[in-house]
Design a protein. Sequence first.
Length: 239
Amino acid sequence: MPVVERETTGIEGFDRKLSGGIPRNASVLLVGPPGTGKTTFLNQFLYTGLQKGEKGIYITLDSPPEEVKETALYFGWDFDDFGDDLVFIDGYSWREGGEPESEFAIEGPSDLNQMNITLADAMKKVGQGRKRIVMDSVSTLILYTDPSSAVKFLQVVSAKSKASDSNLLMSLEEGVHEQKTISTLNYVSDGLMKMRREEERRMFSIQRMIKTEHSRDWTEFEIEGDAGIKAKGEVEAKI
Ligand SMILES: Nc1ncnc2c1ncn2[C@@H]1O[C@H](COP(=O)(O)OP(=O)(O)OP(=O)(O)O)[C@@H](O)[C@H]1O
Ligand SMILES: [Mg+2]
């Protein structure tokens, strides 16, 4: 059997559950209610790749790039360290009006064609080599388009990302979409991970992942200011 190449997430316990990480070029959906740690996971995954010398594209639809960077800095992750290896696609600033600062700003997530072109430009800018693309959040994309257009668009993005040797990681708010939308998004992705919070306990579960033998049980984790997401206790590999 061929060995599956995997991309480390930077989250030790999570990688162990996946026998080393997310399969190369897979597109994965991260689903959870607000405040469960989706953005932190995305940031940690992207930062880990950049540190390894990979390229990155951050499609931010819920906050401006400056705020994303500031939030990441609280964890010690400085996205300004990577120069042209990282491009932010600013899908937020259009809301505020005025001239956007970035050449990769879009005029709103409803224009999927423009977003597609901007993504192609961003890929050109970062150049050849392995990439990690993160999108925060798919929920906003759906809000400004409609579920079926968003799903079709993401299917294209996922195919493009595979063709350019990239992993795609996307966040989705739980509790605001119909089950049918989540099922369809699950179908067009290679993996689905869930996050949840009960009082002070945070947990994640890998629901689905191509090319990987894994359990679906819930693993407790913490979010720490200096380390980001960290699984609690010993995490067993496989089932
Ligand atoms: N510097 C920090 N140190 C420790 N915990 C933090 C820090 N920053 C944020 N957190 C915790 O992380 C949680 C927020 O995580 P995050 O923003 O990743 O969630 P999210 O799922 O993306 O939320 P949303 O759906 O609102 O976008 C908060 O509940 C907060 O307790
Ligand atoms: Mg978030």
